[in-house]
Write a protein that binds this ligand. Sequence first.
Ligand code: DCP
Ligand code: MG
Length: 335
Amino acid sequence: MSKRKNPSGKENPNHEICEILSELAEYEKNVSRNIYKYNAYRKAAMVIATHPKKLQSGEEAKHLKGVGEKIAKKIDEILSTGKLRKLEEIHSDDASNAITLLTRVSGIGPAKARQLVDHGIKTIEQLKKHKDKLNHHQLIGLKYFEDFEKKIPRKEIEEMEKIIKEEVHKLDGDYKITICGSYRRGKLEISDIDILVTHPKYSSSDHEHHKKNTYLENIVECLKKYGLITETISLGESKFMGACKLKEDTPTRRIDIRFMPCDQYYCGILYFTGSNLFNQEMRAHAHEEGFLLNEYALKPLGSTGTPGEPVEIHSEKDIFEAINYPYKKPEERNI
Ligand code: DCP
Ligand code: MG
């Protein structure tokens, strides 16, 4: 059996257990829609993935943070039989397989997937015959179903980054652009492109005064003209969702661009760099230190629990320092 690598690139001697727990997590998210269980399985899979030794029993696994009685029992079953009955049952359930498949289409969430399955739509082929049931986003998801599933090599995003920065800076040299997500965390294979943009002339007070701005619209128009952006899923003042294509022979990729006021930029970068789990842990730590941290701001919590005025932030490091959290480089946030 192959030994897959863990998040820090080392061999993972427990990869079979991790794969099963991750599958259970996906099942809870997409089919049962139990986010609490989804998180529990994901956390356990992550902590086990970074455990350097092969686990011998569920009891041993229980010493790891995030592994409780129920997961320990499952680990025992996997260790002794090489599989998990619960997962075998899930695999043999038609409706569950169909829901899992349909949620792979960009724009189709667990609720929509269940609805489609209830209408008897269970395959991509059948979905193609019922386009009337899909909204604009889901239609694009369907059109590029195969392309959007392909991982993006780092090199390809590096090339796009260069073009995007060059073209956007021709428009206005003051734009600040950061590609976040797993790309910023140093991953070699990335699922989509998450870009964060700001402009020094636009702050949250402008935003609060509902001052209309066209910063994002201008960027999207510019990259469409260049030929990089090929599809628009949605476009607002602060968020663009769409698709892009670098070259004739590269697949169409999902791209999101967010425009944020300059004083919220670093909280935005921190959030959109992730990982998801890292954000959860950092937010929990912030809370213990008496702060509210989200994608927009860091606010101290008063004695009654009401958030105060945002702390002034000029870098990602400022956020870590303010909440007494040891600084982690983006590549160290792959939990
Ligand atoms: N994010 C989050 N919570 C969510 C969704 C997103 O904290 N529910 C943040 C953390 C993610 C970032 O946004 O790292 C980007 O979201 P992606 O879903 O694009 O995830 P990644 O870029 O980390 O991984 P991938 O390569 O799969 O896109
Ligand atoms: Mg991403």
